[in-house]
Write a protein that binds this ligand. Structure first.
Ligand code: DP6
Length: 357
């Protein structure tokens, strides 16, 4: 072990957007403001070891995912680090060893970019902050959010829990296209919100989110979409403060359907939902109507269904999922998650069984 070696390790969660980010321009800037609930059980843990370079040694990167070398991921990470440029000048003085792993199965069809890129951004930002001599404060979190955004737009929102907003909008002072901001005074019902993620398909989706965002440039409904997202945000914010789960659920569902309608009306058009996605959605609506249980669906850019509901209904909803919905899930797979408080610093020997050092 090198004497001046620095080690940083972070666990960072995924998030589920209620108002969806869809469409981007410039340097990963969003076309519309978005808002998400930060999750807790679906997370990435990343450890960064920075070893000072020996004389004449060029900066380098060793990368392992789930304990294995992964050249495709390694290339993406190297390109990302280059892209950070002046945000993280310290990296060029080190050989970086990055080890990363997810809490959720790799093939679960769960989008991992938000947790992966926020965990990586936390490690790199902490390296830079250590060199610059400034400790963990608001400025640190903002820098992390900016760096995470450059890796994956939605990742910038994972820096804060239980809810955060990204994208400049006149209805929220301090909002920015460059970073997310935390939302305060979130009603307890949302601070402990449940999100059961029904894995409809474990396959890699045919059209990536990045390609989907690109199709919003020149999309026939682009302007209407920006207006809709802003209006939904305006309605959602007071509901988040007052605990109005009905308004929250109505917006979550409308945003999910709008997102997929935008895909279906892109040029070229494409469809990511599957027959079982609709089966689950229709059963969720029927269950809500017949039982009065406040359970609402949302979707990200794929076929999997997120069912959102208050903690107080956890037992009923889980029983209903087990009785009625498992046949629609690939290999009966469901991930039960809940709102969380955001990233956590961890020791470099981790619960995910990464190499102890
Ligand atoms: C539908 O953040 O994955 O989940 O910025 O290209 O990495 P890139 O896209 P990504 O897009 C997420 C889209 C979404 C909605 C959301 O999370 O707001």
């Amino acid at each position: 072990m090198h004497d001046n070696q620095l080690t940083f390790a972070w666990r960072s969660p995924s998030n589920i957007a209620i108002v969806k980010y869809w469409g981007k321009h410039g340097d990963q800037l969003p076309d519309n403001p978005s808002l998400s609930i930060t999750l807790s059980q679906a997370y990435t843990e990343t450890t960064l070891v920075a070893r000072p370079l020996n004389p004449n040694e060029a900066p380098g990167l060793t990368f392992r995912f789930a304990g294995e070398q992964n050249p495709a991921f390694a290339q993406r990470v190297a390109a990302y680090i280059r892209r950070l440029g002046s945000l993280a000048p310290a990296v060029k003085d080190y050989h970086l060893t990055i080890e990363t792993d997810n809490s959720f199965p790799h093939s679960s069809g769960i989008a991992s970019s938000a947790s992966a890129m926020s965990a990586l951004a936390l490690c790199i930002a902490e390296l830079q902050a250590t060199i610059d001599g400034h400790t963990h404060d608001e400025r640190f979190q903002r820098e992390v959010s900016i760096m995470a955004r450059l890796g994956s737009g939605s990742a910038c929102r994972s820096v804060y829990g239980p809810a955060s907003l990204w994208g400049s909008t006149e209805i929220m002072s301090g909002s920015s296209d460059e970073y997310a901001i935390p939302l305060s005074n979130i009603h307890p019902v949302f601070q402990s919100l449940r999100d059961s993620i029904l894995i409809i398909s474990e396959e890699k989706k045919q059209v990536s989110s990045s390609a989907g965002h690109a199709l919003m440039q020149g999309h026939q409904f682009a302007r209407a979409r920006i207006a809709q997202a802003t209006q939904n945000l305006k309605t959602l914010l007071p509901a988040l403060h007052s605990g109005d789960i009905i308004t929250f659920g109505r917006i979550a569902e409308s945003e999910a359907l709008s997102l997929h309608a935008l895909m279906m009306t892109s040029d070229p058009a494409y469809i990511l939902i599957q027959p079982n996605t609709l089966q689950v959605i229709q059963r969720a609506i029927a269950f809500r109507e017949s039982s009065g249980t406040p359970v609402y669906f949302t979707l990200d850019a794929g076929p999997n269904v997120h069912l959102l509901y208050p903690e107080s209904h956890e037992a009923d909803v889980k029983a209903w999922i087990n009785n009625e919905l498992l046949p629609f899930c690939e290999n009966g797979r469901v991930i039960h998650d809940h709102a969380g408080r955001g990233p956590q610093k961890v020791s470099s020997s981790t619960t995910l069984g990464m190499t102890k050092r």
